[in-house]
Ligand binder design. Structure first.
Ligand code: GLU
Length: 487
């Protein structure tokens, strides 16, 4: 690639960062890095009705968390600053002046009421809603007089008649559009702000963008952009339109079927490296079957040629699996640092050493730090006293366990193998002599210790609790039964 590669992520600050937006930003990042180019973030805030306070800062914070760095942005500045469209209005006004001079733009005075009537008439006739060119035929003098008289107006693009507009897309190849199907797009609104289309083209040119990589939903707008480039006499950047993100039922990904905000995944305890890896594979595939990639490895592997045309299914289960994988690669210390902020107040009475031990015992298979924190809390929760009556043999087994564990020397309480052996030899001796069988033995012991049917291995649990807590639980279980018998 001879030209310097410059890509951009151009969000509108209308809310949260959508996972689709993250995918767009990521591909732009990977492509720029792969080709030794630059990536910038530009804020497209020309739709003043939809602005959300704090959205830009929020985006930038999330990208920091993910490790996606922008070479130029409102935060770090750069040679093409400002990177916020509402601060670049003069450029768009100049652009309109150029288009007007060349006859590619005309003022339109149609009222919202007229446009609304036009739209509803077209709808009832079953034709696609489009501006009918009403003001396109006004003479220059008449238009000028109305502007001078202060009549509200917008500026529209004069789409040439009977032309075929070709968009060359790096993913989709050549896509052609008949200009009669392209609306005379508003370029400058009556509030003096440009629409997305004008600002986007002016800025991509001004900021020397070589590759426009964005979601498929922008493909239908691209012929307008191609025409604008040609009106201005500017070089057209390369386009790459990314496939839609789909729900597992192949409908368009939406809030209804799950979380779409990156923030929600962060809150759920998904790791940035897992999210990046997962999102990279939404619509792009590496050369081989490999699935685990760090951000740097993705830079090495990424190619637009391997982005698919078909929609990409967002599979939450796979994201969870990937997060589990990344969690399992963390050291015990890293895991502790990750889980500590999520630990519940329920654990306040438990020593840090015990909680840390529990974290290291329970981390395997945890889907997230949140999930692990919950497992730890659960392991220390007081036993549920069992309501069913124990049989004599079960009571003897529980008493046998209490005897054995009381006799264990203090240092053995830290030894999982020793603790586990106590359970096993108890099962073989007392269990067998009382006529109890495998599953019955283990279930009796688990119920006596926790009151629950499932949970971590018993040797692990009693090691987490320590001697005192364990024996208290056993005595409470026996006392509960005794008192029930006495009733
Ligand atoms: N501002 C547009 C958006 O919010 C950007 C589209 C583009 O990248 O051209 O998605």
């Amino acid at each position: 690639m001879s030209k310097v590669v410059r890509t951009r992520y151009a969000p509108s600050p209308t809310g949260y960062l959508h996972v689709g937006g993250l995918r767009t930003a990521l591909y732009n990042y990977l492509f720029a890095r792969k080709h030794g180019g630059q990536l910038l973030l530009r804020v497209e805030d020309t739709d003043r009705m939809r602005l959300v306070e704090g959205a830009v800062e929020n985006f930038l914070d999330i990208f920091d968390w993910l490790g996606i760095e922008f070479d130029e942005s409102p935060r770090v500045g750069g040679p093409h600053a400002p990177y916020v469209q509402s601060e670049r209005l003069a450029l768009y006004h100049d652009a309109i002046a150029t288009l007007k001079e060349e006859g590619h733009a005309y003022p339109c005075f149609c009222t919202p009421e007229r446009l609304e009537k036009l739209r509803s008439d077209q709808q009832s006739q079953g034709v696609p809603p489009m501006y009918d060119g009403h003001c396109r035929t006004l003479s220059a003098d008449a238009a000028q007089a109305r502007i001078a008289a202060g009549e509200p107006h917008v500026w529209r693009m004069a789409i040439p008649k009977q032309q075929t507009v070709e968009v060359n897309d790096l993913i989709r190849g050549s896509v052609t559009f008949d200009s009669s199907t392209i609306d005379d797009q508003v370029l400058l609104k009556s509030d003096g702000f440009p629409t997305y289309h004008l600002a986007n083209v002016v800025d991509d040119h001004d900021m020397r963008i070589s590759h426009v990589i964005r979601g498929e939903e922008w493909l239908p707008s691209t012929p307008k952009h191609v025409l604008l480039y040609s009106f201005f006499g500017w070089e057209v950047p390369q386009f790459a339109h990314l496939p839609l993100l789909l729900n597992p039922d192949r409908t368009k990904m939406s809030k209804r079927s799950g979380d779409v905000a990156v923030e929600a995944y962060r809150e759920k305890g998904i790791l940035p490296e897992a999210l990046i890896n997962f999102v990279a594979l939404l619509g792009w595939h590496p050369q081989d079957e490999r699935e685990m990639f760090s951000l740097n490895e993705l830079v090495g592997e990424f190619e637009l040629e391997r982005v698919n045309k078909a929609g990409a299914v967002f599979d939450q289960q796979k994201l969870n699996w990937m997060n589990t994988e990344y969690l399992s690669r963390k050291s015990d210390d890293e895991t502790w640092d990750g889980v500590a902020p999520h630990l519940s107040d329920e654990l306040q009475g438990v020593s840090i050493a015990r909680v840390r031990y529990a974290v290291s015992c329970l981390r395997q298979g945890a889907v997230s730090y949140l999930d692990l924190a919950e497992k730890v809390s659960e392991a220390f929760r007081p036993s549920v006293l069992v309501e069913t009556a124990w049989e004599e043999a079960q009571l003897n087994l529980i008493a046998g366990l209490a005897d054995r564990l009381s006799a264990l020397p203090a240092e053995s309480w830290n030894e999982f193998e020793v603790l586990m052996n106590e359970f096993k030899s108890l099962a073989n001796s007392v269990g067998a002599s009382q006529g109890l069988k495998g599953k019955g033995i283990w279930m009796t012991l688990r119920l006596a210790l926790t009151g629950r049917e499932h949970g971590p291995e018993l040797g692990r649990l009693v090691g987490m609790w320590g001697r005192e807590d364990t024996l208290n639980r056993l005595h409470a279980a026996v006392a509960n039964m005794t008192s029930r018998d006495a009733q």
